[in-house]
Design a protein around this ligand. Structure first.
Ligand code: MG
Length: 210
């Protein structure tokens, strides 16, 4: 499994950083402090999990610039922005750049911990979804081209007889492939198969491919 979830705290003010670290540790969460966005970025691994709590005004990269850099690197870690200079334009820009929460400094402990908890939950849900997608994609690769053809027809909601005539194959063959598809995909019902197909944009891939 990936690294343990870590709350990455970025603030150039040592006192603020230390107190945030202490607060997060007190809640039983793992935290790591950085004095600049640059030092955080140079340590950032694709496998990192958790969330980021970041100051806006710092020498070097600002919190908003960090959001852009993280997007460039396709990092999906949720970012909470905290600033002593909260104003509407900055808040809007932060949210547009992908921040999940914007808090004014000094943020009260309860609000900050709630925001962190929410960010960690979001990141876990994203991870679970990515794992599920990868799992469905893997299962799809086990289907033969013939089975894929039948699956497309099934997802159009066509009955077996119609699938047989459309693909010019026997009814028994359709039934066999259908049961193979359900087994390989681990789907208990057609509705379940549709849900799995939607998860990996199977329909879109289909329309592009044909
Ligand atoms: Mg600062």
């Amino acid at each position: 499994m990936a690294n343990q979830s870590t709350v990455h705290i970025i603030d150039d003010d040592t006192a603020v950083r230390e107190s945030l670290l202490a607060l997060v540790n007190m809640k039983g969460l793992t935290a790591k402090g950085y004095s600049s966005a640059e030092s955080f970025l140079s340590n950032l691994q694709p496998s990192d999990t958790g969330c980021v709590v970041c100051d806006v005004r710092m020498p070097g990269l600002t919190g908003l610039q960090l959001l852009e850099k993280m997007a460039e690197r396709k990092s999906t870690l949720p970012v909470i922005i905290i600033t002593a200079f909260a104003d509407v334009p900055t808040a809007v820009r932060a949210m547009q750049a992908g921040a999940v929460t914007f808090l004014e400094k000094p943020a009260n402990d309860t609000d900050l911990i709630a925001a962190i908890q929410q960010a960690l939950n979001l990141e876990q849900a994203q991870q679970a979804l990515r794992r599920q997608k990868a799992d469905v994609e893997n299962k799809l690769t086990t289907l033969t081209a013939d089975e894929i053809a039948v699956m497309r027809k099934m997802l159009e909601g066509l009955p077996n007889k119609r699938i047989a005539s459309d693909l010019d194959i026997g009814l028994r063959t359709v039934e066999l492939r259908r049961s193979n598809i359900m087994k390989k995909m681990g789907a208990g019902s057609l509705a379940e198969l549709v849900r799995l197909a939607l998860l990996v944009d199977f329909f879109q891939a289909d329309s592009k491919g044909s």
